[in-house]
Design a binder for this molecule. Structure first.
Ligand code: DAT
Ligand code: MG
Length: 148
């Protein structure tokens, strides 16, 4: 065991709303995640396509890429014991109606607006965490970031 890292994204509609943004950051810190690196940036098309490559061809892909590049996101490396699973748990289900009914206190339950604008992203495995951190924090050397 030991600390694990995950890549979290606060999506553009959250970053546009200072009230939601500060509430989510308080929730993150109260859940004992450490924000070890944070940058606010508008994701470019090349990054969005690399990041969401597994979804290319799906009906929501163009909508997703358009939304994610529409304004600044906050990109974070979070660390905690079992961070990948714990962050997915805190986010709640992908689909906003499921989140609102099954996990109303989750981040997506509280701050999600639609299946695309579902407030947050979280890596789904150690392999995707490495890949995603490399896309958005290429200045971080991976062997210093991932500590299984
Ligand atoms: P997650 O973000 O929970 O890992 P995913 O990897 O299946 O979910 O999908 C990536 C993102 O794509 C998701 O956060 C929002 C968008 N998305 C997924 N399914 C969708 C759908 N049915 N309609 C619209 N957007 C969707
Ligand atoms: Mg995913």
């Amino acid at each position: 065991s030991g600390a694990q890292q995950t890549l979290a994204i606060l999506k553009p509609h959250v970053v546009k709303n200072p009230f939601s943004l500060s509430r989510i950051k308080n929730i993150i810190l109260n859940a004992n995640f450490k924000i070890v690196h944070l940058k606010r940036k508008t994701i470019d098309l090349r990054e969005a396509e690399a990041f969401y490559g597994e979804h290319k061809g799906k009906f929501f892909y163009n909508r997703l890429v358009t939304f994610m590049t529409s304004g600044p996101c906050e990109l974070m490396i979070l660390t905690k014991e079992n961070a990948i699973q714990e962050w997915r748990q805190l986010m709640g289900p992908t689909k906003v109606f499921r989140a609102q009914f099954e996990a109303p206190d989750s981040l997506r339950g509280q701050f999600g607006l639609s299946d695309t604008r579902n407030a947050t992203h979280g890596s789904d495995s150690p392999e995707s965490a490495m890949k995603e951190i490399e896309i958005f924090f290429p200045e971080f050397r991976l062997e210093t970031v991932i500590n299984f």
